[in-house]
Design a protein around this ligand. Structure first.
Ligand SMILES: Nc1ncnc2c1ncn2[C@@H]1O[C@H](COP(=O)(O)OP(=O)(O)OP(=O)(O)O)[C@@H](O)[C@H]1O
Length: 245
């Protein structure tokens, strides 16, 4: 049940902004032996460039399933996903991998930093995967860490950093490739309430300053105060879609 439609609600805050992601009637079914789980049961949604969006809802409502599809890491069982006008379902595996690495950055609840690498080296990794040369990668990663106020921790390893600092490194790593979209599934699940708020505030500032679209999931209602738009998922359906500002 959607009380205000995605397109109406999105248009209210994003007049003139281009559609970044368009999901039409997305269903995701998991089959485990005899059992079938209908994790998403028909989600239609439009995300515009520059939006700052939270997806919230009870455990098991389909948030991670939807995030995997929004981040192009999983394909729906049925329905269509379009990113900047490109229908995803028609791409080869190689083309999809290339598009995802250029357009999407990821932030994870458990940070997923490489423990033996410094903060700077962790942030350089996605650039090196893209084939960017070492000195340029170092320069861009240094700037990305400055953007999250960690210029004094360039050479620290993750195990010497607090949870909030580790998540800031992960945000720098997500942004260093200059993606159109950052997808963050429960980015504050392993942080205390003060650090949770600071991390979402930081994502908000970067969303504004860099005009990058952010979509994150959360269980924490306080964090919803910081968003443009909140989507409530229940039982695999988009229940409400509210544009806040
Ligand atoms: N890989 C999978 N195989 C089988 N079932 C799955 C798989 N991933 C998710 N599910 C099921 O799909 C439903 C939705 O799960 P999903 O993880 O998307 O929800 P969620 O809202 O992110 O939950 P949580 O807040 O607990 O992380 C649940 O019933 C879950 O058990």
């Amino acid at each position: 049940m959607v009380r205000s439609t995605a397109s109406e609600a999105g248009a209210a805050s994003t007049a003139g902004a281009q559609v970044l992601l368009d999901l039409r009637d997305i269903k995701r079914r998991y089959v485990l032996g005899e059992a079938t789980v209908e994790a998403l049961r028909g989600v239609s949604l439009r995300i515009h460039q520059g939006e700052f969006v939270a997806i919230w809802g009870p455990s098991g409502s389909g948030k991670s399933s939807l995030m995997n599809i929004l981040g192009l890491v999983d394909a729906p069982t049925s329905g269509e996903v379009t990113l900047e006008g490109t229908p995803i379902g028609q791409l080869s595996d190689d083309a999809l991998t290339d598009l995802r690495s250029r357009k999407v950055g990821f932030v994870f609840q458990s940070f997923n930093l490489i423990p033996v690498l410094s903060a700077l080296e962790n942030v350089m990794v996605p650039l090196q995967i893209q084939g960017v040369g070492a000195s340029q990668a170092r320069e861009r990663a240094t700037q990305a860490l400055k953007d999250v106020a960690l210029e004094n921790q360039l050479h620290a390893r993750p195990d010497k950093m607090s949870g909030g600092q580790r998540q800031r490194v992960a945000i720098a790593r997500a942004l260093v490739t200059e993606p159109s979209l950052v997808v963050a599934d429960e980015p504050t699940a392993n942080l205390d309430s003060e650090n949770s708020y600071m991390v979402v505030q930081l994502m908000r500032e970067l969303n504004r300053s860099k005009r990058v679209t952010f979509i994150f999931t959360t269980h924490d209602p306080r964090l919803l105060d910081l968003v443009d738009r909140k989507l409530l998922l229940k039982d695999g359906l988009l229940h409400t879609d509210e544009t806040v500002r």
